[in-house]
Design a protein. Structure first.
Length: 94
């Protein structure tokens, strides 16, 4: 499945949820008392609750919340991996 297909599955009104989840994940990552393994669960739970608050409760809305949380976490991982690849490439060129 392509990235653009996943983005099309998310209601455009919910891109603010994705952005908020990204920021929340960053804040949680900087918090020493929050274990790394729990961040994905906390972000996804927040996304579901925020999405239900915005659109009401239904199975489709819950799936939208899960997608928003997943896209935020996946987006962060892509950014992190790209940065690591760049750092490795710079080290190899020295």
């Amino acid at each position: 499945m392509e990235w653009s297909t996943i983005i099309q599955l998310i209601d455009p009104k919910l891109f603010i949820v994705v952005a908020t989840c990204w920021v929340l994940g960053y804040i949680l990552k900087q918090t020493p008392r929050v274990p790394n393994w729990s961040i994905v669960f906390l972000v996804t739970t927040f996304a579901i609750v925020f999405t239900i608050w915005m659109l009401g409760n239904s199975p489709e809305v819950i799936l939208q919340g899960i997608l928003c949380g997943a896209v935020a976490v996946y987006g962060h991982q892509i950014f992190k991996s790209a940065k690591q690849a760049k750092d490795i490439a710079e080290d190899d060129s020295k």
